[in-house]
Every structure is written in structure tokens, then in C-alpha cells.
Design a protein around this ligand. Structure first.
Ligand code: LLP
Length: 393
């Protein structure tokens, strides 16, 4: 910590690799592509570790595609998800050459066709089908219900596939579905799988051949002591149903979530009659999940021999909002200057951080074997003003 300063994200290369391998090996010889969801953690070093293992990537912006390329990843192993692709996004993705567009609406299909036709190329597409299943997760991260903005209604998808099949500018190659995130039971995945397999067989009767099925991401991790999905069981259950179809998965959290911690320092201890606050130097702008979703991250005091005070603490940050807490009601022994590690912070930690309260975004470090390397410099305050201008008069 002395070398890098506080607060800080720290990632474990070995854990990222082990998690990716767990998915990969569960497939055995079955044709598959693991497309890591870049949004979970898009640090170039993280992407580079995965690229070296041969991973594919799920991207939702041209920025993420450029990151994959900058990190040595293979664009032809990228699937492009997201509900609002612009003409420029589509054109750039076609110029670069990606594996497939995951199409989220009829309007997007028309747009991809028009851009591909203007370029004189064929766009590889897969329709993101909304199977209308309840992923039984936090409503903000549930995506597979009819009421969500994602994907195409399963009934409407069949007609859309017919339309796509007739176009010379579109190459129908797959089907996609992603029902949500932090899912801790296999059953919603299997319910969704049954529905999309049914659509695939209907399409096959119609003469439309689907070559790959993308089951999205969403595998939940253990933040506290909750039970979650056994990855091998999930993949075995899926493979038992899919025949020869190539399977794509888009895991994000399950690969990086438990490979990262957020470390922050105790600045002050403030004990009132009935409340004890540990005021830390990390805040909601650095790790938004607790404030946004009421998410739980385990908190561990890093200084084991602390001479501090044992109490039940709320860990609160410097940002001027009551919602600025990283953990509540945690029994810890703390002293000023101690460090606290918020565990399971490798996914949707740094990537959701902001400059709120003009706070520079923190540094990131990766541990590999017995070495540690700075993989992102802490931002400077000057850099935060770089793109701003005052008026002349
Ligand atoms: N594929 C698509 C199309 C997605 O939208 C997502 C996540 C993933 C894959 C990866 O899902 P994962 O395997 O990581 O569950 N910020 C929230 C999570 C938002 C997830 C958004 N989509 C959080 O911090 O919990």
C-alpha cells in the first residue's frame, strides 16, 4: 500500500485464470467460446491475461472493442451486445470484423442491414431473444423479463429471423439470450434454455439453421456465505440439451468478481451513543455497488495486530451523501490509519467508478506470482480539468 497509495483496487491474475479455466474445461470437447463480459472489469491487463488464454469477449461499445484490441485480444472472437448501437458503432465493428452482433430490436436489425449493404458486406447476426423468465435477482440487474428493455420478445423473434434470413446483407449465425446477473440458481438458465431451444427447432423446421447459441453471462458469485451455481453442473446441464450446437457464454462477474479487492484506509473513527462510523478514504464514487444496489461486500481489517477498537462499524466515505457507505454494521477491530479490504470487488468496481466530488479515480494493481504491478495509474487532479474550458468573457 505504501508503494501505490490508498484507496486501491488489487487483482489476482491466478484467480482470473482459474475462473476462466473452470468455464473452459467444463465444456470438454464441445465446441464453445467463452466471451468474457468486458464491462465487468475492462483494465487492459485483465483483458490481456484473458486474451493470452484465448478468450473471446462480449463488448457493448466501440470503446470496449478498442480496449480488447489494445490488450491483444482477437476481435473475431467478439460478440457485440447492447440496445443502442449507432450507425457508426455498426460500421466500425464491421470494418474491424467481429464474430457476431447480438441484435436487440427490429430497428437495430434494419440498421445493421442498411450499414452492411452500404459497405457491400454481410453482417453476422444473432438475435437476442427475451425468454420472459424470472432470474430471481436484484431488479436492476434482471434482464430476461418482458418488462425489461433488452432483447426481442420470443414470439416476435421467429418472424424477425425470417426477415433476416431473406437479406443478402445479413448472415444469420446464432441465437442469444442473457437473463440477468448475479444469478445463484441454475433453474432460470435452464428455463431460458428450453425456451430458446424450442425456437431453434421451430426455425430449423422453417429451414433456418442456427449455428451457435449464446447463453449470456449472469453466473452469480459468493459475496458473503450464499450458495451459488456450480459452473460445471450448469454447463453439464446445458450440454445435455443442446446437441451439437456451438455454445457461447458471456461471464463477467464469475471471472473477475472474486479476483479483486478494494483496499481503503481508515481516516477517522467517530462513535456516537448508538452509532459507530469508520470514515474511510474510499467512497461510493470508487465502489458504487453498495449505494446503488444495497450490495454486500465482506469487509476485512487488514492490520491483524491492530490495537484498535472493537465495535460494530458502518464504513462510510468522504462523499457528501448519506448513501455513501461501503459496508454497514460490521464487527471489526479498527484504529485510525488501518486498512480495510472490501472483498469480491473485482467486477463492476473500478468500471463503475466516477469522479463525483472531483475525486481522481484510484489506481489498480495486479498480483502475478510473487510480483505486483501497477496496471493503472491513479488519476491526477489536473487531469480531471483537462477537457474543461472557461468562458472568454
Ligand atoms: N452479457 C450481457 C449482455 C450483459 O448485459 C452482462 C451484464 C453480462 C453478459 C455479464 O454478466 P455477469 O456474468 O457479469 O453477471 N453492475 C451490476 C451488474 C450489471 C450487469 C450488466 N450486464 C452489478 O454491479 O451487480
Amino acid at each position: 500500500m505504501a508503494a501505490y497509495g490508498s484507496p486501491l483496487y488489487i487483482y489476482s491474475r491466478a484467480e482470473i485464470e482459474a475462473n476462466w479455466r473452470e468455464f473452459d474445461q467444463a465444456f470438454g470437447d464441445h465446441p464453445h467460446l467463452i466471451c468474457y463480459a468486458v464491462k465487468a472489469n475492462s483494465n487492459l491487463a485483465v483483458l490481456n491475461v484473458l486474451a493470452k488464454m484465448g478468450s473471446g469477449f462480449d463488448i457493448v461499445s466501440i470503446g470496449e472493442l478498442q480496449r480488447v484490441i489494445a490488450a491483444g485480444g482477437d476481435p473475431t472472437k467478439c460478440v457485440f451486445s447492447g440496445v443502442a448501437k449507432t450507425r457508426s458503432d455498426i460500421q466500425q465493428a464491421l470494418d474491424i470484423g467481429i464474430y457476431c452482433f447480438n441484435v436487440e430490436s427490429a430497428g437495430e436489425l434494419d440498421r445493421i442491414e442498411s450499414v452492411a449493404s452500404a459497405l457491400g458486406v454481410q453482417a453476422p447476426i444473432s438475435i437476442r431473444v427475451n425468454p420472459d423468465v424470472d432470474a430471481k435477482t436484484h431488479p436492476y440487474i434482471s434482464t430476461g423479463l418482458k418488462e425489461n428493455k433488452f432483447g426481442v420478445d420470443i414470439e416476435a423473434s421467429r418472424a424477425l429471423y425470417h426477415k433476416a434470413q431473406q437479406s443478402d446483407s445479413l448472415n444469420v449465425c446464432g441465437m442469444d439470450c442473457h437473463i440477468g446477473s448475479q444469478i445463484t440458481e441454475v433453474s432460470p438458465f435452464i428455463d431460458a434454455l428450453d425456451k430458446v431451444l424450442n425456437l431453434i427447432s421451430q426455425l430449423s423446421e422453417d429451414g433456418i439453421d442456427i449455428q451457435h447459441l449464446d447463453l449470456g453471462g449472469g453466473v452469480g458469485i459468493t459475496y458473503d456465505d450464499e450458495q451459488t451455481i456450480d459452473i460445471a453442473d450448469y454447463i453439464q446441464a446445458a450440454l445435455a440439451k443442446v446437441g451439437e450446437l456451438e455454445i457461447l457464454l458471456e461471464p463477467g462477474r464469475a471471472i473477475v468478481g472474486n479476483a479483486g479487492v478494494f483496499v481503503t484506509r481508515v481516516e477517522y473513527l467517530k462513535q456516537n451513543d448508538d452509532k459507530s462510523f469508520a470514515i474511510i478514504d474510499g467512497a461510493m464514487n470508487d465502489l458504487l455497488r453498495p449505494a446503488l444496489y444495497g450490495a454486500y461486500h465482506k469487509a476485512l481489517a487488514v492490520n491483524e495486530n491492530s490495537t484498535g477498537v472493537k465495535d460494530t462499524w458502518d464504513l462510510v466515505g468522504p462523499v457528501c451523501e448519506t448513501g455513501d457507505f461501503l459496508a454497514k454494521g460490521r464487527e471489526l477491530t479498527l484504529a485510525q490509519g488501518d486498512y480495510v479490504a472490501l472483498m469480491s470487488a473485482g467486477a463492476y468496481g473500478f468500471t463503475m467508478s466516477s469522479n463525483y466530488n472531483t475525486r481522481p479515480r484510484v489506481a489498480e494493481v495486479m498480483v502475478s506470482g510473487d510480483t505486483h504491478t501497477l496496471v493503472r495509474k491513479r488519476e491526477t487532479i489536473e487531469s480531471l480539468f483537462e477537457n474543461e474550458f472557461t468562458l472568454d468573457t
